[in-house]
Ligand binder design. Structure first.
Ligand code: SF4
Ligand code: SF4
Length: 197
């Protein structure tokens, strides 16, 4: 019988303790947020989504080399001598077309190692942390402003220029060789030349 009353006492005490905690929390400062309607400020050094200011990118690939998970893909095409790509906002001369600059955020571990080696400070962490997608392919961000066709045309123009330069070099080498052969033939035809000198 005493066990029966003890159980009732314990139950009442438990209810009292529970209600006491509830009442105490009603008067405490709230620590919860009504996310996503209310958002906490992002810390200054937060590691979130990357952004690339492509106009300032010189295609040096330092960021891609620093990336531990190889999620940055860069392709460049050398500018032709008659093409002036201008300078970055920090005054660095641009010599390469950045035909591809992709970051796969499905692989990125947000370490920030790509940010520090950039000589023009054009790749940086933003405060954006909400960019979930339904498809993994949508996490591939393409920063190059060039289309596939434009990139192909730049590549083809460079290849044509290189072929032209190669042909000119070969023609110059052939011409030099021809002159050497002609000079040797003239020497053979005029053996007294050696004797008189
Ligand atoms: S933050 Fe880290 S993992 Fe992500 S792209 Fe930069 S170096 Fe690679
Ligand atoms: S390190 Fe900077 S300048 Fe070089 S390729 Fe990366 S983003 Fe472009």
């Amino acid at each position: 019988m005493s066990g029966y009353f003890k159980n009732i006492k314990d139950a009442l005490w438990t209810v009292l303790v529970g209600m006491g905690i509830t009442w105490k929390h009603m008067f405490m400062r709230k620590v919860t947020f009504q996310y996503p309607n209310v958002k906490r400020p992002v810390p200054e050094r937060a590691r979130c989504r990357l952004y690339v200011r492509i106009d300032d990118c010189i295609g040096c690939e330092q960021c891609a080399k620093a990336c531990p998970v190889h999620c940055i893909e860069i392709e460049t095409v050398k500018a032709l001598p008659n093409e002036d790509l201008g300078t970055t906002s920090t005054g660095t001369k641009k010599r390469l077309w950045v035909t591809r600059f992709d970051i796969d955020f499905a692989k990125c571990c947000f370490c920030g190692l790509c940010v520090f080696p950039c000589p023009t400070a054009c790749i940086r962490m933003t405060g954006v942390f909400e960019f979930s997608e339904y498809r993994r392919s949508d996490l591939m961000y393409r920063f190059s402003s060039m289309t596939h066709d434009q990139a192909r045309m730049k590549k083809e123009a460079l290849e044509a220029y290189q072929r032209d330069q190669e042909a000119k070099k070969t023609a110059a080498a052939v011409e030099t060789q021809k002159k050497t052969v002609q000079a040797e033939a003239a020497d053979l035809a005029n053996p007294s030349h050696d004797a008189t000198t």
